[in-house]
Design a protein around this ligand. Sequence first.
Ligand SMILES: [Zn+2]
Length: 68
Amino acid sequence: MPIYEYQCKDCSKVFSKLQKISADPKAVVCPGCGSSNVERLVSSFASGGNQSSSSGYGSSAPSCTGFT
Ligand SMILES: [Zn+2]
């Protein structure tokens, strides 16, 4: 669950709220003054995936059978 940052337009208080992605941002109220006139800020948290590379190679030795 991502954490969104909001700023209250009434008292300019910035607060963060843990929300689902599908959550309604209109249901957020300012914890300072209780106003619902809040604006969601752009959160900038890096989401990096793990880089996993699987490389499988077999060792094939060249065999020379050139005996006469
Ligand atoms: Zn407020």
